[in-house]
Design a protein around this ligand. Structure first.
Ligand code: CP
Ligand code: NVA
Length: 331
């Protein structure tokens, strides 16, 4: 397996074997970290962390992974660089490519991260775009393997807005790994037909199945994992809240759905999550619409079914694996 010099932009670019390679490498690096075994595999390299949207997990994962690998990160926040406003992506890429060994990008359109890779000539890692969030899926899959076992044949039900980065990426990942993917939502929120068609082609090879179901009780029957994400994503306008709440309220993850699934069903969420009133947005929505939680109830979030914090930790181990695979010629 040789992923040296390769960017990590979307899961569509990788085979099941390559995805498994990242997961095995992450497992190994996680064990080394837990045992206190140093793994400064990228000593002396420099990486740029470009964030046009905010982050807790992704930024911290890249920074901690960098420190563990002996690298130096430079963080460019959503306001303080010239990107997009005074300098094009192509020019920025050519500048960053002269100074850094790799670039992480979080922001808007997928074409931006693709252009960064094209023009910078160094490995670029997608830390979330509107369309895809591929490093999140590696963390999700590592977590599923740890808690439930092999991915092939497992049923993952994604509830909520399945047209955005999380729904899209989980569908691609499940198709690649031969899983049973179900998007459960209001008809308006299923992934776009081109991506569904591409995933159906992949599924023919991998043995995966893809379903698009509007009834939550039908969708969650025999689920191994019930997954959800926020109803309004970063970069979307405030005005969409009202419509989203009306459309997606029937798709909130409740204990009724968890009890309808497999006995050992796990609840997953990329986070951050609106499961209580301890956030500014949560409180605002409560005042306007009277909801005390949104995509998931607090009962499910805090239950023994919930593996969201193991999932969050695994962001770091999997992101470390992605950087090592790109930057180390012989691992
Ligand atoms: N899951 C995730 O990407 O979290 P952040 O937005 O905190 O990076
Ligand atoms: N769909 C969410 C994912 C956050 C990790 C967003 O884009 O805001």
């Amino acid at each position: 397996m040789n992923l040296y010099g390769k960017s990590f932009l979307k899961l569509l670019d990788f085979s099941a074997e390559e995805i498994n390679f990242y997961l095995d490498l992450a497992k190994k690096l996680k064990e080394q970290k837990k045992q206190g075994i140093p793994h400064r595999l990228c000593q002396g390299k420099n990486i740029a962390l470009v964030f046009e949207k905010t982050s807790t997990r992704t930024r911290c994962s890249f920074e901690v992974a960098c420190a563990d690998l002996g690298m130096h990160p430079v963080y460019l926040d959503p306001k303080s660089s010239q990107i997009g406003k005074k300098e094009s992506i192509a020019d920025t890429a050519r500048v960053l490519g002269r100074m850094f060994d790799g670039i992480e990008y979080r922001g808007y359109g997928q074409e931006i991260v693709e252009d960064l890779a094209k023009y910078s000539k160094v490995p670029v890692w997608n830390g979330l775009t509107n369309e895809f969030h591929p490093t999140q899926i590696l963390a999700d899959f590592l977590t599923i393997k740890e808690h439930i076992g092999e991915l092939k044949g497992k049923k993952l039900v994604y509830m909520g807005d399945a047209r955005y980065n999380m729904g899209n990426s989980l569908m691609v990942g499940c198709a690649k790994m031969g899983m049973h993917f179900v998007a459960c939502s209001n008809q308006k929120y299923f992934p776009n037909q081109d991506l569904i068609n591409a995933c159906k082609e992949i599924a023919k090879e991998s043995g995966a199945t893809l379903e698009f179901i509007t009834d939550p009780m039908v969708a969650t029957k025999n689920a191994d994992v019930i997954y959800t994400d926020v109803w309004v994503s970063m970069g979307e306008p405030e005005e969409v809240w009202k419509e989203r709440i009306t459309d997606l309220l029937p798709y909130r993850v409740t204990m009724e759905l968890i009890n309808n699934a497999n006995k050992n069903c796990k609840f997953m969420h990329c986070l951050p999550a609106f499961h209580d009133l301890k956030t500014d947005t949560g409180l605002e929505i409560y005042k306007k619409f009277g909801l005390d939680c949104m995509e998931v109830t607090d009962e499910v979030f805090e239950s023994e079914h919930s593996i969201v914090f193991d999932e969050a930790e695994n962001r770091m181990h999997t992101i470390k694996a992605v950087m090592v695979a790109s930057l180390v010629e012989k691992i």
